[in-house]
Write a protein of this length. Structure first.
Length: 176
């Protein structure tokens, strides 16, 4: 987690998905569980996300248990979906030199940053920020490409989102 260049430089880009998936599942699930716990605690004391009398609101113990139970499945689904999306974006910029498995391994091992979720309220943000940094370094090492291609690939969804918002604002403005 603190020497990503060295770690990802030594990481094999082939060898199957089982071990990276197991690591990503464990780290991602633990991080998600802590994130859900802190959100539940905040909502329970009337903080952000408080649901009042709703039976399945964020502060509901039933909702909390459901999220904890679903955390492993959500972690695995998120890991595969984000790996796939990122791999397609790397394809667009011709930065996928080592295949999907290399991308998946980087995403799976970057889940180590989920440990930051143990820190109440700010840990999730710290972990997310550090995970992005580690993923960029990992993708550079695993695919043996420059940072430029990685940044362009990561900026494509941001650019599409901005275009969507601008288009929506333009559409709404024209309707008025």
């Amino acid at each position: 987690m603190f020497s990503p260049k060295k770690s990802y430089g030594a990481m094999p880009v082939q060898g199957g998905l089982r071990e990276p998936l197991a690591f990503g599942l464990l780290a991602g699930s633990i991080g998600a569980m802590f994130t859900f716990f802190w959100q539940f605690m905040s909502a329970s004391i009337g903080g952000v996300g408080s649901s009042g009398d709703l039976p399945l609101g964020v502060s509901s113990p039933l909702f909390f248990l459901l999220l904890i139970f679903l955390a492993p499945a959500l972690s695995v689904i998120g890991l595969f979906v984000w790996s796939f999306i990122l791999h397609v974006l790397l394809l667009l910029v011709r930065g996928n030199r080592k295949g999907f498995e290399a991308t998946f391994r980087v995403m799976a091992y970057s889940q180590a940053t989920q440990v930051w979720s143990v820190i109440p309220f700010v840990g999730g943000f710290i972990g997310w920020f550090w995970r992005v940094v580690i993923q960029v370094i990992g993708l550079k090492q695993a695919h043996q490409i420059g940072y430029g291609k990685i940044f362009v690939a990561l900026l494509i969804p941001v650019a599409l989102f901005v275009l969507l918002i601008v288009g929506l604002v333009f559409f709404l403005f024209m309707r008025l």
